[in-house]
Write a protein that binds this ligand. Structure first.
Ligand SMILES: Cc1ncc(COP(=O)(O)O)c(C=O)c1O
Length: 396
């Protein structure tokens, strides 16, 4: 018998769709994948070389549960350089991806029945992670008309005596929204006043456009820093999703609890990948910039194409590599026996009719939208937008 804990978990929304996509591919049909959540770039060569070096140096054994001291020192240097923040290696725990860092954080702070505020639209896994830790996710819907900005007045109404934490994500997956300093200051003050933690997932930190800058909420005041666990990693910034290195930085006591949990569940993260991650953090900004500029060109193209199409509109994302157009105008419309009643239907319709793979917004608590990732070549984006325009125009 499978445990109730796992039975209550919603499997990743994209899995079913992936099966359909591979079926179509097996039939020789060219599907354009706008569903991917990772850069379409290879890891920069200087980083790969460091991993090779690690194997030859015999860096193939376990490391301390919290990760190599040299990597934790490099992470401290990064926070000092980027945000003027002072951390020491005992305030840092390296994990097998930011996903594990997030799980560790929830496991370390949540007791059964504790509430965690989740502003939505949100990344698919937060809610499941909170439930797995016996917490209660409290969703707060942000408004599309405001560009999905962090509405702290709205969040304030959801704070109760049981509020243990809020999870925020800027730049945001799926909306691409980047939270303003003003809103983050207000949220930080709310957390200090009501004594709850802020888990700040900043995994898309380097992918910012239109001269936006990442505001690391922990840097806003020493009181806010005491309440904040910052989550980050090398996956998105350095095109290293498969290397599985993420990290968390925060109050020593919480980091210790996260490390203890990790020590018993996975020991330590991959050693050569940790060694390579030092190089990523220390010497790879030029590669990030090339990738960022290319993403920006694609972003501008895709927004202009979508906003030129009829009956669909899209707010302008300032970060990450996703756009999230509103497709609700088409609900109730049909073509060729296929009726689109919701965002999952729309994703299925676009896959069947246009052979493009997008993700249903419902997976992110955004039922009026679909998520399109522009982590794909410009040629594929142009072709994919042509196909989407044609497919939408057929819905009557
Ligand atoms: C918002 C967000 N946080 C965390 C992650 C996980 O990153 P990692 O590959 O480091 O586990 C993702 C990956 O899609 C993400 O979109």
């Amino acid at each position: 018998m499978i445990s109730k804990r796992i039975k209550n978990m919603t499997p990743s929304a994209t899995l079913e769709q992936s099966a359909k996509i591979s079926d179509l591919k097996k039939q020789g049909i060219q599907v354009i994948g706008f569903n991917v959540g990772e850069p379409d770039y290879n890891t920069p060569m200087n980083i790969i070389k460091k991993a090779e070096e690690a194997y030859h140096l015999g860096l193939t054994r376990y490391t301390p549960a919290a990760g190599m001291i040299e990597l934790r020192e490099e992470i401290c240097r990064k926070f000092k350089r980027d945000y003027g923040l002072d951390y020491t290696p005992k305030d840092v725990v390296v994990s097998s991806g930011a996903k594990q860092s997030l799980t560790n954080a929830f496991m370390a702070i949540i007791d059964p029945g504790d509430e965690v505020i989740v502003p939505t639209p949100c990344w698919v896994s937060y809610v499941e992670m909170i439930k797995l830790a016996d917490g209660i996710p409290i969703m707060v819907a942000l408004e599309e008309k405001d560009g999905f900005r962090l509405d702290v007045d709205k969040i304030k109404k959801s704070v109760t005596v049981k509020t243990k934490a809020i999870i925020i994500n800027s730049p945001n997956n799926p909306t691409g929204a980047v939270y303003s300093k003003n809103d983050l200051v207000q949220l930080g003050q709310l957390a200090v006043d009501h004594d709850f933690y802020i888990i700040s997932d900043e995994i898309y930190e380097k992918l910012l456009y239109d001269a936006e800058e990442n505001v690391c909420i922990a840097a806003l005041s020493s009181e806010i820093k005491e309440k904040t666990i910052t989550i980050n990693g090398v996956s998105k910034s350095y095109a290293m999703t498969g290397w599985r290195i993420g990290y968390a930085v925060g109050p020593t006591e919480i980091i210790k609890a996260m490390t203890d949990y990790q020590g018993n569940t996975t020991t330590s993260p991959n050693t050569p990948a940790q060694y390579a991650s030092i190089e990523a953090l220390a010497n790879s900004e030029a590669s990030v910039e090339i990738m960022r500029q290319e993403f920006d060109k694609r972003r501008q193209y895709i927004i202009s194409r979508i906003n030129e199409m009829k009956n669909i509109h899209c707010s302008t994302p300032k970060g990450a590599f996703y756009v999230m157009p509103n497709v609700s105008h088409f609900y109730g419309k049909q073509y060729n026996g296929f009726t689109v009643n919701n965002s999952l239907d729309m994703a299925n319709y676009l896959l069947e009719e246009a052979k493009i793979a997008v993700v249903t917004g419902a997976a992110f608590e955004a039922p009026d939208n679909i998520r399109i990732s522009y982590s794909n070549s410009m040629d594929n984006i142009i072709e994919g937008m042509n196909r989407m325009e044609e497919a939408l125009s057929k819905l009557q």
